[in-house]
Design a protein around this ligand. Structure first.
Ligand code: ASP
Length: 434
């Protein structure tokens, strides 16, 4: 039985999103900022908390069972190798698209001198605090990211949502070790984690029933926060940074409709319309939470139930992707780095642009799947090409909006790769759509 459109989840979420947008603008115009932050924003926060609450147990349980169910380590290295290759390949393409666009359009030249000074003055403090965070990250030597990946206490890692990469490491390690011990000894643990992942998936189903309301609250509060009680300010910001924002969004759109569309068309039996038609709940949640980590439970739900990706593939590819595959973030970081250089009048030669590709590749892997994480890593990229890191003050004003958009692309990328890998393994059901 097909449901009428208004009972379908993605339409309900979309309605929540549009109403949230309208409410946010209305609140900014009529000075309802305080009401919104007191009475609407907390519900949005609760919605994000609910999703984040189950993200760590989900990664842990599904990766361990995912790896352990692969039956042998050869299969794991084949699927793992393929997944990582496609993740890196798509990130590289996204960086090239971003760099091409920002060099051709040159949005830095569109920022008036007086606006540039104002932006730097307004966001200087925010920029300084982000720079401190990045400084701390960088001061610790070139191999530190690798060291950071290996936890010394797994309980400390699972109690920190920012340590997802450590959780992924532990889960992969435990899954591989489970493959190596006799099946009858491994079985109780596999059954335990299997049951845990079923539990979490059921919790996602329950949370998704309130998603339209959660998305409404998130959007309303984000918009009213961005605009403050002075919506004129946002119009001015958009005038100065509009072209830069447009380049980021055009790049993200091109990456989705060229790179991902090509992969889906040529490497899977799915029709493009079907693919994009069913993944929208994950995209909408990504847009309103700005966090691919918080969206992960929904991403997995969509992959398995709507796209027909087998549990075996989805439980391995998606938690890994949510942590290390961020094409949207990489593209944004490349555009932002060049835009800042353009605005302050620095010329970037080919070596600098290649350095951007390399550092953005690593930075997007190391970026945590939480709101605004991309801009912290941007500081590291800027310093690698000798652009003053304080330059991020220029772009902070519209960063939240771009964060929402790049998170959609991060999640879409994970879903695309999961579909491609499932198809290459013969593990994609073709009639999965309800
Ligand atoms: N918010 C992004 C994500 O969670 C990361 C970022 O670019 O800030 O995917």
């Amino acid at each position: 039985m097909t449901l009428p459109w208004y009972r379908k989840l993605h339409w309900q979420i979309l309605v929540g999103l549009v109403l949230g947008l309208i409410f946010g603008i209305f609140a900014a115009i009529s000075g309802w900022g305080e009401f919104t932050s007191d009475w609407i924003a907390p519900w949005g926060k609760i919605f994000i908390n609910l999703l984040t609450l189950i993200a760590v147990p989900l990664v842990l349980a599904s990766l361990i069972t995912g790896v352990a169910s692969l039956a042998d380590t050869r299969r794991l290295s084949r699927i793992g190798g393929r997944t990582i290759m496609i993740y890196l390949g798509t990130t590289l393409v996204s960086l090239v698209i971003g760099l091409l666009l920002v060099n051709v359009v040159n949005p830095g030249s569109a920022v008036p001198e007086e606006m540039r000074e104002r932006l730097i003055a307004t966001y200087q403090q925010d920029a300084a605090s982000r720079q401190d965070m990045a400084d701390a990250a960088r001061e610790r030597g070139p191999l530190q990211p690798l060291v950071d990946m290996v936890p010394s206490n797994v309980f400390a890692s699972v109690s920190n949502n920012r340590s997802m990469l450590q959780v992924v490491f532990f889960a992969l390690f435990a899954g591989i070790a489970l493959l190596m011990i006799p099946r009858e000894k491994a079985q109780p643990l596999i059954s335990f984690f299997d049951s845990l992942s079923e539990l979490v998936i059921q919790m996602v189903e329950i949370i998704m029933r309130v998603a339209p309301f959660g998305v409404f609250c998130l959007l309303a509060s984000t918009i009213s926060d961005i605009a403050g009680d002075d919506p004129k300010q946002i119009i001015e910001l958009l005038r100065a940074l509009g072209l830069y924002g447009a380049v980021v969004i055009a790049g993200l759109t091109a990456h989705v409709f060229i790179t991902y569309a090509t992969l889906i068309t040529f490497f899977t039996p799915k029709r493009l319309g079907d693919f994009f038609g069913v993944i929208s709940p994950a995209q909408l949640v990504a847009f309103s939470t700005s966090s691919s980590g918080a969206t992960l439970p929904v991403t997995m739900d969509v992959a398995e139930k709507k796209l027909g990706v087998s549990e075996e593939v989805s439980s391995f590819v998606l938690p890994l992707g949510a942590t290390i595959n961020m094409d949207g973030t990489g593209l944004y970081q490349a555009v932002a780095a060049v835009f800042i250089a353009q605005t302050i009048g620095l010329d970037l030669d080919l070596t600098a642009q290649v350095t951007i590709v390399l550092t953005a590749m690593l930075a997007s892997i190391g970026t945590a799947a939480v709101p605004s994480a991309g801009i912290v890593m941007l500081v590291i990229i800027l310093e690698s090409i000798n652009v003053p890191a304080a330059g991020i003050a220029l772009i902070l004003g519209i960063d939240r909006i771009l964060d929402m958009c790049r998170t959609v692309v991060n999640v879409t990328g994970d879903l695309t790769v999961a579909t491609v890998v499932a198809s290459s393994e013969g593990q994609l059901r073709t009639h999965a759509t309800e």
